[in-house]
Design a protein. Structure first.
Lengths: 473, 147
């Protein structure tokens, strides 16, 4: 009888369970608010009378089913981790659970909106999150031995190239590069975005390769003025991988992915070699490449023009600027208006208008919808959650016992960080807007699955590290 | 009335979000304190440093001259990961040299290496006593023994 021994109870992840309580409360609270808010808004549209507050407008248990299901899944995950991986990090699951829960709620809320028109959006997002939790558990079980990832590094690189090739073929078939779905692969009813998995393959390959060639790379034997460059023979495979990824994404107009992959490359090179000069050299190359891209591709110029738009000074806009703000930069301008109308405490969940005004609000522009409904205070809290996840990831990397685990954990966390920065800055008009999802909040199955795989790998690395520590002590 | 209820829910949400953040930060801080205490424990238990080896001639290896290595009362030098001082050099054997400090005197003995250990150019196949300032050669790397 396991219950008689104090072991399982003492080993139970109480801290994680304790941290999950407030997220559960938040999710329930929002789920209760959603139908009331929708009723409130529809009454406001028809007649200006205020509706009386009676218990009848409170949602029934049946309305709460999506969130109750998610809560049950998170609690089950907590139990599973306690039994099989008791020493894995206890802070990640509550943070990720809250983020993905808010993502499901936003999908439920935005589904019926005029610009989305997809009543099943929330249900599907919920299914993806549940499936993602399963995948996360599967990742934890499968990665019994990290060396397996390291040994087959060229296999991962090859799979990555295959994914890129599939994307390219699909993009050429679709032809219309301006359609938002040109980077998706359709397998029956599933729309897969191969780029989401590609970034994981790239990080695994970089981590395995860099951990093997770290000494040579750290020496740097080619001098170029004040900069010391790593030997080309060792850098060759990485540069090749990087070149393929970058070139192809520029060809099919995936600016955000190119930016993300280059960012991962630079941060991992710095983590592996500890040389700031490589990063400076890389940034110079990036500026040069960016300038060439700016001159060559018209669509990049449009994106930059949108960034330089002076929204605050809208009263003095010329007719050309007004036209541009309606067509070329319409998405960003509407997003900014949504953000500003949210104010400090927000319009309230379910009471904003981003779903009716901002194009692609359910995935790329989700941050503006959050900003409108949860306000500046809510955005700060959400950014705080991201920061804590990133902090925890780097902490796991620092504590990991071997170079490959360290580089892998740091690289995966860097993906997460860079992706969040790129899309949030894009939404707020600090960077050119690019179509990559906000981790865990945006609608999209591939993104959810890929991010849960990342979390699974991080949890596994932290569990392995703790086991090794306990074995040594 | 409903708008008041909605406003309360809105404020409650923000309060809960920040409570959650606070709870996580507290949990993390507690974690950090615990690991700091554990590493302080480990540092407290570490054997005392009773001497140094300073590289005077690195030979063919990539160890920089002037590098200082701490000596514990029982020290082993070699390429293997179990050694107190690990040197990655082709001329260093897996377990190369043993040094120990007894009654105020350092003793040096070769641990069955290929390229030998020397104290002041005398082969140390058997244990040799060494004074401060003596030259100890491990493979082709020469060290000076210091306090």
């Amino acid at each position: 009888m396991a219950s008689l021994s104090p072991g399982p109870l003492r080993r139970y992840r109480w801290k994680e369970l304790g941290l999950l309580i407030i997220p559960f409360m938040i999710l329930l609270l929002e789920m209760i608010q959603l139908p009331i808010a929708q009723l409130y808004q529809s009454t406001l549209r028809t007649n200006q009378l205020s509706i009386p507050f009676t218990p009848a407008i409170l949602p029934t248990i049946r309305d709460l089913i999506p969130v109750l299901g998610l809560i049950a899944a998170l609690a089950a995950m907590n139990m599973l981790l306690s039994f099989f991986f008791p020493k894995a990090d206890q802070v990640l699951l509550p943070l990720v659970g809250l983020l993905s829960g808010i993502g499901v709620l936003m999908a439920l809320r935005l589904g019926p909106e005029p610009l989305v028109r997809d009543p099943m959006l929330g249900t599907r997002q919920l299914a993806w999150v549940l499936f993602g939790l399963l995948i996360c558990a599967a990742t934890l079980f499968l990665l019994r031995n990290m060396n397996w990832l390291k040994r087959y590094k060229y296999t991962w690189a090859l799979l990555g190239i295959l994914l890129v090739a599939l994307t390219i073929v699909n993009a050429l078939r679709v032809k219309n590069l301006n359609s938002p779905t040109h980077d998706q692969l359709n397998f029956g009813p599933l729309n897969l975005q191969p780029s989401e998995l590609l970034k994981i393959f790239i990080v695994v390959f970089f981590a395995a390769y860099l951990s093997e060639n770290r000494d040579v790379l750290a020496e740097g034997n080619i001098r170029l003025g004040p900069l010391r460059l790593p030997p080309l023979r060792q850098l060759g495979p990485i540069l090749l991988m990087l070149g393929i990824a970058l070139l192809l994404f520029l060809v099919i107009r995936e600016l955000g992915l190119a930016l993300l992959i280059y960012g991962i490359f630079l941060s991992m090179l710095y983590l592996g070699s500890g040389k700031l000069s490589y990063v400076i050299g890389g940034l110079l190359v990036f500026v040069a490449l960016g300038f060439i891209g700016f001159k060559l591709f018209g669509y990049i110029q449009v994106r930059f023009a949108a960034v330089s738009l002076d929204v605050v000074n809208w009263q003095n806009w010329s007719q050309a600027t007004v036209d541009f703000s309606r067509n070329g930069a319409g998405q960003i301008v509407q997003g900014i208006i949504a953000l500003s109308s949210g104010g400090i405490i927000g319009a309230g969940f379910g009471l904003g208008h981003a779903g009716a005004l901002v194009p692609v609000v359910q995935s790329d522009m989700i941050f503006t919808a959050l900003g409108e409904e949860f306000g500046l205070a809510g955005l700060f809290a959400i950014t705080g959650i991201y920061l804590l996840i990133i902090y925890r990831g780097y902490r796991i990397a620092i504590e990991a016992s071997n170079e490959f685990d360290q580089l892998l954990a740091a690289g995966l966390t860097s993906i997460f960080a860079i992706q969040t920065v790129i899309i949030v800055a894009g939404n707020m008009k600090f960077l050119p807007l690019t179509g990559i999802p906000l981790p865990f909040l945006s609608y999209g199955g591939s993104s959810i699955i890929a991010n849960f795989i990342i979390i699974g790998i991080l949890l596994r690395i932290s569990h392995n590290t703790a086991l090794e520590r306990a074995g040594l002590a | 009335m409903t708008d008041v209820f909605l406003l309360i829910l809105r404020l409650l949400l923000i309060v809960l979000l920040y409570l959650f953040l606070m709870q996580v930060v507290i949990a993390i801080t507690r974690d950090l304190r615990k690991t700091a205490a554990i590493s302080a424990d480990v540092a407290g238990k570490a054997p005392p440093v009773v001497g140094h080896l300073v590289v005077v001639d690195s030979g063919p290896s990539n160890v920089l001259p002037g590098t200082r290595f701490d000596l514990q009362p029982q020290t082993t030098i070699g390429r293997g990961p179990t050694n107190t001082i690990q040197l990655t050099d082709n001329f260093i054997s897996g377990e190369h040299t043993r040094l120990w400090f007894r009654n105020g005197v350092w003793y040096v003995q070769d641990a069955g290496s290929t390229n030998g250990t020397f104290v002041n150019n005398q082969p140390a196949r058997d244990a040799l006593a060494a004074k401060l300032g003596d030259i100890i050669q491990v493979g082709f790397i020469r060290f000076k023994l210091g306090a």
